[in-house]
Design a protein around this ligand. Structure first.
Ligand SMILES: [Zn+2]
Length: 57
């Protein structure tokens, strides 16, 4: 049985750059070694590099 009052949601990962919630494996960015980044989403971080799509400038 699940106690809904004490059930804790696992900390949800959100992209630190754009704030997008990352739920699926595909949502996570990739580090240089190919491992998933828990900090940035795939739209912002690929292969260890931040790819700012919406930067001023
Ligand atoms: Zn992002």
């Amino acid at each position: 049985m699940v106690c809904c009052r004490c059930k804790k949601e696992p900390k949800e990962s959100t992209c630190e750059a754009c704030g997008m919630p990352m739920k699926q494996k595909e949502d996570f960015g990739t580090k240089a070694d190919g491992s998933p980044s828990s900090q940035y989403c795939v739209h912002c971080f690929q292969k260890g590099k931040l790819i700012g799509g919406k930067k001023k400038n």
